[in-house]
Design a protein around this ligand. Structure first.
Ligand code: DX5
Ligand code: ZN
Length: 215
């Protein structure tokens, strides 16, 4: 049974409280919060005030995915805003080891994110320090994109690395997750599934959340 993290990016921003309550009342485990700066990724989502507003109503942990340049500048801010997990892109961090420890010292689970084109092998020397690894199964920036098939095999390779290094990082997958791709990802070793459009475009999002949880 995976940890399920619906992505608030796909919620109705004009009815955010309603959609937060929907996640509160569902079988979902975490709120996935996508922060985009229009520089690291070609889209702007929302920032700190909206995250604080979500934290005020959310009764489940916030899983913050920073798609921004120089994420180390905002670690403490998002920790104060209520993040339980903070994930930073490996591609945005020249000093990833330092940033992982900065996140841990801020009291959060430290996640490292890999873009589809970045191999798992870059984690060889930091996997024991990370609390989570987030594999992107789409290029970051937008919800509703097509799942990149290579992510399944990549999940299995990450699982191997974690076992080989005796590490405890959770494996999270983000992008194009539905019941079909989700099932294959869980078999390959995924611990956490993010799902945005598949949940929020459904007629009954709560039912879809329960079905994803049952994978
Ligand atoms: C993409 C974001 C994802 C996105 C997933 O850059 O990181 O979290 O919300 O959306 P779906 O599930 O629609 O692919
Ligand atoms: Zn995300």
């Amino acid at each position: 049974m995976p940890i399920l993290a619906p992505s608030v990016l796909a919620a109705d921003f004009a009815n955010l409280q309603r959609d937060i309550e929907l996640i509160n009342d569902s079988d979902a485990d975490w709120f996935h919060i996508d922060i985009m700066d229009g520089v690291f990724v070609p889209n702007i989502s929302f920032g700190v005030p909206v995250t604080e507003a979500i934290a005020k109503h959310a009764r489940k942990p916030l899983d913050v995915h920073l798609m921004i340049v120089q994420p180390e500048k905002y670690v403490e801010t998002f920790a104060r805003a209520g993040a339980e997990t903070i994930s930073v892109h490996w591609e945005a961090c020249p000093h990833i080891h330092r940033t992982i420890y900065q996140i841990r010292e801020a009291g959060c689970r430290a996640g490292v994110v890999l873009n589809p084109g970045t191999p798992v092998s870059v984690l060889e020397d930091v996997i024991q320090d990370a609390g989570l690894v987030l594999l992107m199964s789409v290029n970051p920036g937008f919800g509703g994109q097509k799942f990149i098939e290579n992510a399944v095999e990549k999940t299995a390779r990450l699982k191997e690395l974690i076992l080989r290094k005796n590490a405890s990082a959770l494996i999270e997958i983000d992008g194009g997750v539905n019941l079909e791709t989700g099932a294959r990802l869980v078999s390959a070793g995924a611990d956490v599934l993010v799902a945005g459009s598949f949940v929020f475009s459904a007629a009954d999002p709560r039912k879809i959340i329960s079905e994803l949880k049952a994978l």
